[in-house]
Design a protein around this ligand. Structure first.
Ligand SMILES: Nc1ncnc2c1ncn2[C@@H]1O[C@H](COP(=O)(O)OP(=O)(O)OP(=O)(O)O)[C@@H](O)[C@H]1O
Length: 450
């Protein structure tokens, strides 16, 4: 969980304040040490002369906190620093074969797009990640969810760009967008061009807080395939990097035109669903961990295993919550990233402006909830390669059995029959490995890079 603070026009807003919000951040670069954030509200009565000293302190814990308000400040966190902490985590996770998702959540105008995309002078996480994986010719796609419809941001032709695409669910691979275009680039320039094209196609509009507010959720995906030959044995992992820039939440203003109101209500609907999904997942994760500790205490006590019944029941008979992924397109597409096979990083962006106090608090609560979710990422190994590895392990096991059998029975007549059987199995397995390896090396779309 990461917190980033922006305050573009803080001074102007603070001049008009009635409530002062103090955001103190302890900067820390070590992921193992949790940063703590204290939000303190002081009712400041300077306007009418009365001083109210009531103060309420709320504390939140995150893995990293960044202060990026004034570059002149010693604690200022640059885009490069954020990339070194988070972008590198994304790349290392993907190269190990894990699905990785990084998404920015926060109030409108608080710096989500700045963090994820950046500006031409100060590029953000997505272009930095893109530039580093460019040599690998990895397919990438870019979509937006606007008014609960999915649009391809990289599809040529006006009509095709506007067409909405269907979301479907594969029994093993999970939700995906049908007919989404995939693009392979061969150098950094092409990669940046592709990204810029997608960003330019995104729908933005002026709102009260932000004159170029993103009105859609954008998901940039890189299919990360790593295929190498290790000790003459193929090794291949296929993972996915999802970089998500969410639309900003803002309270509905009846003075907005109809389009803006519809957009706003769809943005809020999907963000509310995201909140419900995060809360339900966090609750389930907490139930599972408390159930595990009850089980371990119980099994330590009487040696039996308790609670190994239905997976939807936790300790004390409480049911796991239903997760309404399909209530919004956003949560449906991020199903795996939120509660499944993915290493997920959430960046919460907040503004320390007095006006944003409620939004800041709600973002921090949202983020604190999300921090409780426990995902189960696993290395996504190619099925053929996994089979080859298993066969190799089996061969090694049989060979050592054969050896120990021969050592225990030096007389050839006794061991002949058993020897013959084991040797046959070893030979058959070696043949399967050779065939599998040959097939793997000659697949038409095989990428051979590290
Ligand atoms: N840390 C920062 N340093 C400099 N400028 C920033 C920073 N964070 C945000 N900004 C600037 O503030 C403005 C609003 O930021 P941004 O577009 O990232 O907000 P957002 O959260 O994506 O808003 P929305 O949800 O409405 O799209 C932009 O002009 C952006 O360049």
């Amino acid at each position: 969980m990461i917190l980033r603070v922006d305050c573009s026009d803080l001074e102007e807003k603070l001049r008009r304040r009635t409530v002062q919000v103090q955001v103190q951040i302890l900067l820390c670069c070590f992921p193992s040490v949790q940063d703590s954030l204290t939000v303190s509200t002081k009712l400041d009565g300077r306007a009418d002369g009365a001083v109210d000293s009531r103060e309420k302190l709320l504390e939140f814990c995150f893995d990293y906190c960044y202060w990026s308000v004034d570059p002149a400040e010693p604690h200022y966190a640059s885009q490069e620093e954020v990339f070194q902490d988070l972008g590198v985590l994304v790349l290392s996770g993907a190269s190990e074969g894990y699905n990785v998702c990084l998404f920015a959540y926060g109030q409108t105008g608080s710096g989500k797009t700045y963090t994820m995309m950046g500006t031409p002078d100060s590029i953000g996480l997505t272009p930095r990640i893109c530039q580093l994986v460019v040599l690998s010719h990895l397919p990438r796609s870019f979509l937006e969810i606007y008014n609960e419809r999915v649009r391809d941001l990289l599809r040529g032709g006006e009509q095709k760009k506007r067409a909405s695409l269907r979301v479907r669910e594969h029994p093993e691979k999970g939700p995906y967008v049908q007919d989404l275009s995939q693009h392979v680039v061969s150098d950094c320039k092409q990669a940046m061009h592709l990204l810029e094209e997608g960003i330019a196609n995104r729908i933005t509009a002026a709102t009260h807080n932000h004159d170029a507010s993103s009105r859609s959720h954008a998901i940039f995906t890189i299919q990360y395939t790593k295929a190498i030959l290790e000790n003459n044995c193929p090794s291949e992992t296929v993972s996915k990097i999802n970089l998500v820039d969410l639309a900003g939440s803002e309270r509905a203003d009846p003075h907005y035109c109809r389009d803006r109101l519809t957009e706003g209500s769809n943005i809020n609907k999907s963000l509310v669903t995201l909140g419900i999904v995060i809360s339900a997942l966090a609750q389930n994760s907490q139930m599972s961990s408390s159930c595990q500790s009850i089980n371990s205490v119980a099994s330590e006590g009487d040696g039996s295993t308790v609670g190994s019944h239905s997976s939807s029941l936790s300790g004390g008979g409480r049911r796991h919550c239903f997760i309404p992924y399909r209530d919004s397109v956003l949560t449906w597409l991020l199903k795996d990233s939120l509660g499944g096979n993915s290493k997920t990083i959430m960046i919460a962006t907040v503004s320390p402006s007095a006006y944003s106090y409620n939004e800041t608090l709600s973002t921090l609560r949202y983020a604190a909830h999300a921090r409780n979710i426990v995902n189960k990422p696993r290395v996504n190994e190619d099925a053929n390669v996994r089979l080859i590895k298993e066969l190799r392990e089996e061969i090694d096991r049989l060979k050592s059995m054969l050896l120990s059998f021969e050592m225990r029975n030096p007389s050839p007549s006794l061991s002949d029959e058993r020897d013959g059987n084991l040797s046959d199995i070893v030979l058959q397995n070696e043949l399967k490995v050779t065939q599998g390896r040959h097939r793997w090396l000659h697949l038409p779309d095989r990428f051979s890079y590290c």
